[in-house]
Design a protein around this ligand. Structure first.
Ligand SMILES: Nc1nc2c(c(=O)[nH]1)N[C@H]1C(S)=C(S)[C@@H](COP(=O)(O)O)O[C@H]1N2
Ligand SMILES: [Mo]
Length: 201
């Protein structure tokens, strides 16, 4: 997986911090909390993660099953549509490649859904090939409930609203189904480098 060191983008030299800042963003050292509703408290004893395919086939993991899968640590810059970016955030969890390895699907899209009801949509390919993780550890500590613990999606190449906190599953779909913020006017894809903040950007 990503064996590149933080900030090294494979162009033959480490990128400077300013080169790592997408247009219209400012860097922050803090870690703001952005939640559209109350923070759900989900005990790991009852936590499950379920992938449901377009034919209704379900693949599910309990907490113990998920944490027994191969774990990856990775470091990423994250970018919130409210304009803060945070460099070199360090996470631990399971690659979506691992979770989707045995899932037989012809779907082109996924909707992540969360405890508490939040949803967000993205093309399935944006979850594959080392681009997305189900993470449960931040900076060597269990992910706090405010930041999406016990586990959240991490899709660092898109604006951070695509990284569903308290995620409990993915529904794979043939047709694209806009989620919570996408229905409220945020861009359907959300590439920070193309500044895709709102529909029409
Ligand atoms: N379930 C859920 N996931 C969510 C959100 C939310 O309100 N509910 N907010 C999103 C937004 S807009 C951002 S910027 C990030 C914020 O994550 P943080 O609170 O850990 O900084 O979570 C995203 N995931
Ligand atoms: Mo956000």
């Amino acid at each position: 997986m990503s064996s590149l060191s933080p900030g090294f983008h494979g162009r033959g030299r480490p990128a400077s911090l300013s080169e790592r800042l997408p247009p219209g963003q400012y860097p922050t050292e803090s870690f703001p909390v952005l939640s559209a509703g109350p923070t759900p408290r989900v005990p790991t004893e009852t936590w499950t993660f379920t992938v449901t395919t377009e034919t209704g086939e379900e693949h599910g993991w309990t907490w113990d099953e998920m944490t027994a899968l191969p774990q990856e640590e990775s470091v990423h810059d994250i970018h919130c549509v409210t304009r803060w970016s945070k460099f070199d955030t360090r996470w631990r969890g399971v690659s979506l490649d691992t979770l989707l390895a045995d899932v037989d699907t012809a779907a082109e899209y996924a909707v992540a859904h969360s405890y508490g009801g939040y949803t967000t949509n993205l093309p399935l390919e944006d979850l594959l090939d080392g681009k997305a993780w189900l993470v449960h550890t931040y900076d060597d500590y269990p992910l706090s409930p405010e930041h999406g613990g016990p586990a959240r999606l991490l899709v660092p190449h898109l604006y951070f609203w695509k990284s569903a906190k308290w995620v409990r599953g993915l529904r794979l779909t043939q047709d694209d189904e806009p989620g919570f913020w996408e229905t409220a006017g945020y861009h359907n894809y959300g590439d920070p480098w193309r500044e895709q903040r709102h529909w029409g950007d």
